[in-house]
Every structure is written in structure tokens, then in C-alpha cells.
Write a protein that binds this ligand. Structure first.
Ligand code: ATP
Ligand code: MG
Length: 462
């Protein structure tokens, strides 16, 4: 990985540092051609256009950016006028999406940092009259930002970003990098440092704590001391963030390819216990004298798959991470006399009830997770009734993968899985494994089957 070690700051201007084109390693060849088109078009129309945020950070680190974000001094209305392929989104803060065949470039107007100070009266004739129409910044009584809709200068826009390494901009006018917050020095030193007062910034948006963890793990950086101290002190307040947002952010952590490192940091900072109190307590406790080790093993497994470029579906990810916990819950219901299927359904309901008030797993993903666990017993029936219908299930691959990863080291299980996979590849149906104790295919019955109604429990997740 190429680091930005060779970068020298060229010219100081107020509090900003400008690194000229010849002094940084970013080449336009590494940028999305569509992002460049957007930047040039803005420039040709007399506006300022910068690449900002994660893409500048990643380009300097020699990593491939996930997306390219653009900021400008053009208002959304002005952006719409110069791009035919533009759609404005967001009701509160309007953003422009410039649509290309295979990519959307997000273009935002410079925003100012959240503050409770009143905004100055807009001057006439310089475009600020449009700014009046937007609702202002709003914080709740605990300092969390509810609305953040004030246009600002490029510097203000940099200051409202989360970490110094995420606040660098690339100016298309002269191909320089602009650094208002010491982001380059932190990038060189491998430091995640929040911009401004860490206590206030985590109060404004607790999700920044999870972002700090993710960037530290993903980039192999350390969290700066003051930032870390404030994070640990504020860890419990993570539950104030919106549950759907926490789920999205957790997914990013777990699917970052560094989930194991993220988990370590989450645990040490107290974030994990705050996010998953029940599960965390269960992990800490032993089960019949044995520690719960599968969660850690699964994190490492998921990381290795992601690092190889594989994709893992959300239900499979959750099954791998929480499957052992769910099995134990299901076993408890079974001991109380519930049949297997129902005990899995009840376990899932209980799990969703614990997790969803804080980290919202959607019902769609919850049902899919439940099915992966509940269908495990079907795999033992080789071939059982109507194997083709089972193979045709949309989640067949996930059901197989879950079994292979968690129990595939057992010979008998591996043989059953081989059989299912061979059958699924539409090879000649294989004879069932010789010592399979399970039922064999029943002779085709002519009788038409009635459709079974879905059990009511389906509707009662979470
Ligand atoms: P990734 O590689 O995950 O895309 P990123 O840094 O680009 O990382 P995004 O979520 O795409 O992250 O956000 C783009 C930029 O917006 C960030 O680099 C940061 O400058 C700013 N940003 C995002 N979320 C926040 C936040 N919660 N608070 C302040 N600034 C934020
Ligand atoms: Mg990004």
C-alpha cells in the first residue's frame, strides 16, 4: 500500500494548507471518469468543484475508493440547471445525484458546521437568498444533531466532517489538495482524530463512534488519545442513534474485511456491550463449562471470505454470527416441549425482540435468517420429499453454506452436503449416501396437495 509519505505542504493560506499538484501522488487516472466529468462541467460553468471525503483519503493511501463525492458552491438548483442527468434528492438537505450508466456521482453544496449560533442575515444578490428557505440546524436537548442544513464555505464544509483524514479535498481548478484540519499529517501518521471537541462531536452524532472504529480497523490506523477517551466515555450513548442506521453501520463494520479487528475495538471501547447487551453477556458467560468461541471463529472466516472478494448475504452473515446463540435459545424452547421448527421460530422472535430496539434488523432479513437455521434439518433428509423444490429455494445456497461452514467438518454432514450440491448442479441424481439413515424418496403421488397455510408465528418477529 502506497502511503502519502512523500507529500509536502507547499503553501499555507490562513488555516489551510494547499499541496500543489506536483507534490502529491494523486493521479486523475485513478479517479472515476464520471466524477471528473462532473468536476470539469462545474468548473466550466464558473463554479468551484472539489472531490472530498473518503475518496481523497483512499487515493492518497493507494486504495481504491468506494465512491467519489463532489462538493461545490453551486446550489442544488444551479446544479440541476447544468446537468441534464441530475436528480435532486433529500427533502431537508438537498443533494444532487448525477446519473451515469453504471455510476451515480453525489454532488453536495458546501455546508457549514452545526452550531447553535444564529446565522447571519443573507446578503442580497449573491445567491444566499436561496439559503433562507432551508430549515436551519437543529439539535435536541442532549446535543444530537436533528437537522444540519446550513450552506457554508469550503472551510466550514471541511470542519463539519467527522475525522481529519476524511476532510481533505481535491480541487479540480489546479489539481491541488486542500487541508484545513491537519488531515495529511494524520494520514501520514496513521491516526483517526475527530475534528473539533470530541465530546461535542460524538454527542452530535453517536454513529461517528462506529465510524472511528471502522476506519481504524480498515486502514490499520490508531484512534487518537483524546478521541478514544471521549469515545469510551460516550460508548453507552450509541443507543441514541436511529436503529436502522446502527444496523447499516454494523453491516459496514462486519463486512469490511476487518470485522475481527472491529469487534476487538467495539469490545474494548464498550460499544459492543451497549449495542448488543444480551448477546454480549451471553458471549461472556460459559456454556456448560465451555466458552463461546464460534462467534470469533466466524468473524475470522467472514473476513477471509471478504478479503478474497466474495460476497456474503446479510441473512447468512447473521446466521454465522448469531447461529450458536439462536441454537441455544431454540434448545431452551425445545426442552420446554416445543417441536423443533417452532422452537427455532420462538428463538428468532426472542432474538429480534432483544436486538431490534437498538440495532434494527428488518423483518425480511429476520425471516431469512430464521429460515437458514430452521431448514438445517431438511438437509439431513437425503433426498427427502421433492428435493427439486428444496433446491429451487432462493436461499438454498445460504442454507448449504451455513451447514458447510458450521458443521461441514463432520464426515456424514459433508457427505450429505456433497450430495445436495451435486444434485443442485443438475448432474445425474446421485444415490443417497449408503449409510444415510434418512428417508428415501417417496414414490410420486398423484394426489394434489393442498397448500398449507403459513404458520402465524411468521408474522411475529421482533
Ligand atoms: P467509505 O470508504 O466507507 O465510503 P467515507 O469516508 O467515504 O468512507 P462516507 O460514508 O461515504 O464515508 O461519507 C463521505 C464523507 O462524508 C466522509 O469522508 C466524511 O467526510 C463525511 N461524513 C460521513 N458521515 C459523517 C458523519 N456522521 N459526521 C460527519 N461527517 C461525515
Ligand atoms: Mg464514501
Amino acid at each position: 500500500m502506497k502511503k502519502s509519505g512523500s507529500i509536502r505542504s507547499k503553501r499555507e493560506e490562513g488555516s489551510s494548507v494547499i499541496i500543489a499538484r506536483q507534490d502529491h501522488g494523486i493521479s486523475r487516472k485513478l479517479m472515476s471518469p464520471n466524477a471528473l466529468r462532473v468536476l470539469y462541467r462545474l468548473k466550466d460553468n464558473g463554479f468551484v468543484g472539489y472531490l472530498v471525503g473518503g475518496c481523497v483519503r483512499d487515493l492518497l493511501l493507494g486504495r481504491e475508493p468506494k465512491d467519489f463525492d463532489v462538493v461545490t458552491n453551486a446550489t442544488p438548483g444551479e446544479i440541476k440547471r447544468i446537468f441534464r442527468n441530475c436528480r435532486l434528492i433529500g427533502r431537508r438537505f438537498r443533494l444532487a445525484h448525477i446519473h451515469f450508466l453504471d455510476e451515480i456521482i453525489e454532488v453536495a453544496t458546501f455546508r457549514s458546521q452545526a452550531s447553535n449560533e444564529p446565522e447571519p442575515e443573507p446578503e442580497e444578490g449573491n445567491g444566499t437568498e436561496q439559503r433562507q428557505r432551508h430549515p436551519r440546524m437543529l439539535k435536541d436537548e442532549e446535543g444530537m444533531i436533528l437537522r444540519d442544513n446550513v450552506y457554508g464555505t469550503p472551510e466550514e464544509d471541511a470542519l463539519r466532517r467527522d475525522f481529519t483524514v476524511n476532510a481533505l479535498s481535491y480541487n479540480i481548478a489546479d489539481f491541488s489538495i486542500i487541508d484545513y484540519v491537519g488531515g495529511l499529517a494524520d494520514l501520514n501518521a496513521g491516526i483517526i482524530r475527530i475534528i473539533g471537541d470530541p465530546v461535542v462531536r460524538f454527542q452530535e452524532d453517536p454513529v461517528r463512534m462506529l465510524r472511528a472504529v471502522r476506519f481504524a480497523a480498515q486502514l490499520g490506523f490508531t484512534i487518537e488519545e483524546g478521541t478514544l477517551k471521549a469515545l469510551v466515555a460516550a460508548a453507552d450513548t450509541i443507543v441514541r442513534a436511529a436503529p436502522p442506521r446502527l444496523y447499516d453501520e454494523m453491516l459496514k463494520l462486519l463486512l469490511s474485511g476487518e470485522g475481527d479487528k472491529c469487534y476487538d475495538l467495539l469490545r474494548h471501547t464498550g460499544l459492543f456491550a451497549a449495542l448488543f447487551p444480551h448477546f454480549s453477556a451471553w458471549l461472556d458467560a460459559e456454556s456448560e463449562g465451555f466458552p463461546h468461541t464460534r462467534f470469533g471463529e466466524m468473524l475470522a472466516y467472514v473476513d477471509s471470505r471478504i478479503q478474497q472478494g466474495d460476497k456474503i448475504s446479510q441473512p447468512l452473515l447473521l446466521a454465522l454470527l448469531f447461529g450458536e446463540y439462536l441454537d441455544e435459545k431454540a434448545e431452551n424452547f425445545r426442552r420446554q416441549g416445543a417441536p423443533w421448527q417452532q422452537s427455532v421460530y420462538a428463538a428468532l422472535g426472542e432474538f429480534m425482540g432483544e436486538v431490534c430496539p437498538i440495532v434494527l434488523i428488518t423483518n425480511r432479513v429476520g425471516f431469512a435468517l430464521r429460515d437458514i437455521i430452521a431448514q438445517q434439518t431438511r438437509l439431513k433428509k437425503v433426498p427427502g420429499r421433492r428435493p427439486e423444490a428444496f433446491i429451487a429455494r432462493h436461499d438454498f445456497n445460504d442454507i448449504i453454506a451455513y451447514c458447510r461452514i458450521t458443521r461441514g467438518d463432520q464426515k456424514e454432514v459433508a457427505r450429505q452436503l456433497d450430495w445436495w450440491e451435486a444434485r443442485a448442479q443438475q448432474q445425474e441424481p446421485l444415490p443417497p449416501p449408503a449409510d444415510s439413515s434418512e428417508e428415501t424418496e417417496a414414490p410420486q403421488r398423484k394426489r394434489r396437495r393442498r397448500r398449507r397455510r403459513r404458520p402465524k408465528a411468521d408474522k411475529k418477529l421482533g
